[in-house]
Design a protein around this ligand. Structure first.
Ligand code: SF4
Ligand code: SF4
Length: 306
């Protein structure tokens, strides 16, 4: 049995007054972000066929020190950021990861650890975890390597009181396997977040047709009645590109420490919002739009401390 986590976060205590303050500042025209993605390493133990981000598990080139990341976290907190995603690569490969998570918590911020779920994730104590899952076993393993799905399930069975959301990037390869995946994983995770693969011009990816995207969104909308799906109903029910995206709410820091504001697509090429269904930005935008469902679900399922 996994021991009860010893979390000393104070995010809960601060989150409501913080949100009220931010809403007032946003109302007055302030456009500073509230959420940061920290790519603390590009190293990874897997080799997913579509991944442009990682290098081998031992390539430390460009990686920044503990002190660098602590200073950057403090700087971002001063800007008003209170939710930090730790991602990579595979962030659990960093030996100082808990130290960095604790640094966020000590400053009243929440941490979400985005992992591929194959490593020793329970050694860490973030506010919550997200685990990347591409579908049921044969679909997931085809992307991430033989045996990875079973390793994740084995890990999830031991999650104890840790909060976990599964994140799935929907592609032509897995769009028909969403229902069996939800059924199998529902007992193992608290929530699901779906994002559609973006139709980059400069990165080779297989994308859904607009009709396939709309059909899949309609299925997800129905599935929300049965499963904890974090994608806001407002976005699932609307045609692609019709909901305003507030990408200024987020900032990313890459593994070399370079800060990149806003939309991930624009870090690669000119964005096309009319073709975009990036779920993480939809959830973040819903905060700004005062979407009660997004606020309630994210707090209840991921950010409420134990
Ligand atoms: S687990 Fe993530 S970082 Fe690692 S290869 Fe796969 S997609 Fe890339
Ligand atoms: S491309 Fe997507 S994430 Fe970027 S600003 Fe447009 S809708 Fe938002």
């Amino acid at each position: 049995m996994h021991p009860a986590p010893t979390i000393s976060h104070n995010y809960d205590k601060h989150s409501l007054p913080y949100y009220i303050r931010r809403r007032i500042r946003w109302f007055l025209g302030d456009r500073s972000p509230f959420l940061a993605y920290l790519k603390v390493t590009k190293r990874c133990n897997l080799d997913c066929y579509y991944c442009p981000w990682h290098s081998s598990a031992t390539d430390f080139s460009g990686e920044r020190t503990t002190d660098f990341w602590k200073a950057r976290i403090e700087e971002l907190i001063t800007l008003g950021i209170r939710i930090f995603f730790f991602e990579g690569g595979e962030p659990t490969l960093r030996k100082d990861l808990q130290d960095l998570l604790d640094h966020c918590h000590a400053h009243g911020a929440a941490s979400i650890l985005s992992t591929n779920g194959t490593g020793a994730m329970w050694r860490f104590r973030p506010t919550s975890f997200t685990v990347s899952i591409d579908g049921p076993e044969h679909v997931h393993d085809a992307v991430r390597g033989q045996g990875t799905f079973q390793r994740i399930c084995h890990n999830l069975e031991k999650r104890g009181r840790n909060r976990v959301a599964a994140i799935t990037v929907i592609s032509p390869d897995n769009k028909n396997y969403i229902e069996p995946m939800l059924e199998q994983l529902a007992p193992l995770v608290d929530a699901f977040l779906f994002t559609f693969i973006y139709p980059y011009h400069t990165v080779r990816v297989k994308t859904l047709t607009p009709q396939e995207t709309e059909d899949t969104k309609r299925r997800l909308l129905k599935l929300k009645k049965t499963y904890n799906i974090l994608n806001p109903a407002t976005h699932l029910a609307s045609p692609t590109g019709t909901q305003k995206c507030e990408d200024w709410l987020t900032v990313a820091v890459n593994h070399e420490g370079r800060t990149e504001h806003g939309c991930f697509v624009e870090h690669v090429e000119k964005k096309n919002c009319a073709a975009c269904e990036l779920g993480c930005f939809q959830v973040a935008s819903s905060f700004y739009h005062f979407n009660f469902e997004a606020w309630f679900n994210l707090h209840r399922l991921l950010l409420r401390t134990l």
